[in-house]
Each structure stands twice: as C-alpha cells, then as structure tokens.
Write a protein that binds this ligand. Sequence first.
Ligand SMILES: [Zn+2]
Length: 129
Amino acid sequence: MSFSGYTREDLLEELIRLEEEIGRTPTKDEVQQLGKYPLQLYHSEFDSLKDAVKTADLVPVGQLTAMSGVNRALWEAPKDAFPTEISSLYELLDHWVCVECGRTLLSKPEQCGECGCTDFRFVSGGEQE
Ligand SMILES: [Zn+2]
C-alpha cells in the first residue's frame, strides 16, 4: 500500500476524527486498528504518536484520568474483541437500558439523567437483544 498522497495535516485531522469517534485521544492500537493511516506514518512525520497528539492539541493518552465508564470499558476491552462500531461495545458489556428513552448506561442509576424515568432493563454482556 502506498500512502504518498497524505500531508501532516491529513494525519492530524485523522487523529482528531478518531478522537471524536472514540470520545477521547486514540491509543496506538486504536490508530492502528481504526485509523486511515498506519501508525508508522505518525512516527516518520512526528517522531512519535505522542508528538502528533500534542501537535493536534489533543490530551495525551497518559493524562486521560477522568475517563467515563464507557471509555474505561473501551480502554480495557480485549484487543480481539475490539469492535469497529464503538456503539456495539455495549453488547459486550453488562448494561442497563432506560425503558423510557432507550438511553444505555453501564451501571444502574437511581434515575435516568435524560428523561427522569426510574425503570431500567438489564441486558447482560454478550447477550443478543
Ligand atoms: Zn430515560
């Protein structure tokens, strides 16, 4: 495969696109698996992915301390189960679905933050709905 048609800006834009898709700064593995460009391009253009992340004004992966439940789950998801569709991750995890608005949550809340409903349906991880 040839990647001669890219610019540094393309690489940075792709990082930002991934950041938006995942909801946080992508890791090396995610750049490799979900990105449009191979990780090596980032190394040859920016020394390291970390430098590219800095150049793109994203929060370095090591500084992502306040991860939400789903981000943490994504973080810890086994590599071979890594879903291409981020939303399908919920199917791998135990989760709760608000019966009123359909909001998906990883732990059962007192009340739905979206619609105020207190009725949730439990779906166990890996189960087909
Ligand atoms: Zn709701």
